[in-house]
Write a protein that binds this ligand. Structure first.
Ligand code: AGP
Length: 608
């Protein structure tokens, strides 16, 4: 899951490309490169490490030229070296290509091309594309790209240039996202809108197996088998300010503090108090089949999977549906026998996660009604599901998901409310949940005021090598999410566990060096969690507990207490997750980790 950006127009390309790369860096950041055409002469530079290393070189050399392509890499084939960094070229050095995705039949293609004399310089799968296009080229760059891609298996988002066509860039996609930016006398393309927002509001999303030829201010889309495609531009949501860090030291902290607005955005125009129900425009076209539905399967990955796990309890509480929550990367390999009236819900922040995409395609193939809950407008999952809801959390740059998670939970409650009110959920129950939901943004603000206190807490725990997170029912998913945050940004080995499972094994790990964070808001299973806390205490484990405001009963049993405002059990995860995000954030900063670009990760996982 790399980031690619392309520009052809009348401005000097280098600044626009480097700026675009920095905006895409959360997609992968182990090496990068740029190629710029200035008439028939070409400039190519690649470097290992973050984009700023490339920027230093390019700024010193100041290449001129109004057309170029650039790439920031998340290595799949071949280590992060200069030779393996993109752009890749062909034998003549006249073709330049950047790629996001995986070429599955690259070994066979490489063998065939080598035997016909092509010389390879890298270990990557991508380089075969440059040589393949070269082998098909006879003066028409677009035709050569089309013919080459006909023989390719796997996924790609590519941008290609040739020094004989300084005013032209060819882009194409299958499985990896490409969005075009249409400007006055200039055209851009990128892996996602964050690299375009500063230059245009008009964007066009390429579909799978489409090719686009970009020239200054113009573009032409065709299919791989050369049929012309007409596509209207869509207007981008949220301008360039949406992608600025503002006064915050990290995007992750900015996005944690944007959660009250994220919940307000998720609720805006969707609460029908008169009928005690939610109004979700994106589901209106499928309300009838939703009423008939008997089974709900939720598919997703990572943090979105934990939102699905939470949702299982919510749908079971508010509706009479049977609910399964599945890891998308496993779901797609199961021998599925989807029962009649099964609805499948795909949850994804980016809307581009390859495993979730493949799983939803499998569910569609099996005839299920497939819905989406997605944050990125116009993303592939949004376009491939039958219907769905946008979470409107705004652009999320920090690799560790925070505000998108809280807005997912909010929308999932609204979805369950909508389905529940169509069944046996009463007006009173529906209305009281809506009222409690409306209090959440202000209650999150109260929790955020504890950031400094949680920082102090982190100073005393951030050197721990291991951490256990425990919770029950709705809080089980939050325990998993809290552990994931500490893992992915502070690199502390942490495990989330259903509190009831502790005594079936994990309690063996407990000793004074292995702290536990226990989620114990005063609801349903509170007493059970308190017994688990006492079991840990008995083995001298250190304990941080998250509980409801004013609950003094717990203080004598734990080392540290974090209190959150009172709300009903079903909504409490919207509050209890916030201190866990802040705790992981402060631990990561104290350990000197790169919070926004944690090692080995990427924001959108577009390869399997
Ligand atoms: C979470 O912080 C991670 N970024 C990762 O687990 C993420 O949730 C997962 O890759 C799913 O991404 P999606 O929501 O964009 O599909």
């Amino acid at each position: 899951m790399c980031g690619i950006v392309a520009y052809v127009g009348n401005q000097t390309a280098r600044g626009i490309l480097l700026e675009g790369l920095k905006r895409l860096e959360y997609r992968g950041y182990d090496s990068s490169g740029i190629a710029i055409l200035n008439g028939a002469s070409a400039y190519l530079v690649k470097s290992v490490g973050k984009v700023e290393a490339l920027e230093q070189r390019v700024s010193q050399e100041g290449p001129e030229g109004v057309a170029g392509i650039a790439h920031t890499r998340w290595a799949t084939h071949g280590k992060p070296t200069e030779a393996n960094a993109h752009p890749h070229t062909d034998c003549s050095g006249r073709f330049f290509l950047v790629h996001n995705g995986i070429i599955e039949n690259y070994l066979a293609l490489r063998k065939r091309l080598s035997s016909s004399g092509h010389a390879f310089r890298s270990e990557t799968d991508t380089e075969v594309l440059a040589h393949l296009i070269e082998s098909h080229y006879s003066g028409d760059l677009e035709a050569a790209v089309r013919q080459a891609l006909m023989g390719v298996q796997g996924t790609f988002g590519i941008a290609v240039m040739h020094s004989a066509h300084p005013n032209q860039i060819i882009v194409a996609r299958r499985g990896s996202p490409i969005v075009l930016g249409v400007g006055k006398d200039e055209s851009l393309a990128a892996s996602d809108v964050t690299a375009l927002a500063k230059h245009t509001e008009q964007v066009v999303y390429l579909e799978d197996n489409e090719v686009a030829r970009l020239e200054p201010g113009q573009f032409w889309i065709t299919t791989l088998d050369n049929r012309a495609v007409r596509r209207e531009a869509t207007v981008l949501e949220g301008g360039p300010e949406a992608i600025d860090r503002g006064p915050f030291p990290h995007f992750m902290l900015k996005e944690i503090f944007e959660q009250p607005e994220a919940v307000e955005n998720a609720l805006r125009g969707r609460l029908n108090h008169a009928e005690g129900v939610a109004k979700l425009g994106g589901l209106e076209s499928v309300l009838d089949p939703l009423r008939q539905a008997r089974h709900l399967i939720i598919i997703s990955c990572g943090t979105s999977y934990y939102a699905g796990l939470y949702a299982r309890y919510v749908f079971e509480t508010l509706t009479d549906l049977t609910v399964e929550t599945e890891l998308a990367s496993e779901f797609r390999y199961r021998k599925l026998n989807l029962r009649q009236n099964t609805v499948v819900l795909a949850i994804s922040q980016s809307g581009e996660t390859a495993d979730t995409l493949a799983a939803l395609r499998e569910a569609k193939r099996k005839g299920a009604l497939v819905l989406g809950l997605v944050n990125v407008v116009g993303s592939t999952i949004a376009r491939e599901t039958h219907a769905g809801v946008y979470s409107h959390a705004g652009i999320e740059i920090g690799v560790a998901s925070t505000k998108s998670f809280v807005s997912q939970l909010t929308i999932l409650i609204l979805m369950a409310l909508l389905l529940g009110r169509g069944r046996d959920l009463s007006f009173e129950e529906g209305e009281s949940i809506l009222r409690d939901l409306e209090k959440i943004p202000e209650q999150i603000r109260e929790v955020l005021e504890q950031s400094d206190r949680i920082h102090e807490l982190a100073t005393r725990y951030c050197q721990a090598q291991h951490f256990l997170y425990i919770g029950r029912k709705y809080q089980y998913a939050i325990a998993l999410e809290g552990a994931l945050k500490l893992k992915e940004i502070a690199y502390i080995h942490s495990e989330g566990y259903a509190a009831g499972e502790m005594k079936h094994g994990p309690i063996a790990l407990i000793d004074p060096s292995f702290p536990t964070l226990a989620l114990a808001p005063e609801h349903g299973s509170y007493d059970k969690v308190v017994s688990n806390i006492q079991e840990i205490r008995a083995r001298e484990g250190r304990i941080i507990a998250v509980t409801s405001w004013g609950n003094t009963r717990l203080a004598p049993l734990v080392d540290d207490l974090i209190e959150v405002p009172h709300t009903r059990g079903l909504l409490a995860p919207l509050l209890t997750v916030v201190p866990l995000q802040l705790f992981a954030y402060h631990c990561a900063v104290l350990r000197g980790c790169d919070v926004d670009k944690p090692r080995n990760l990427a924001k959108s996982v577009t390869v399997e």
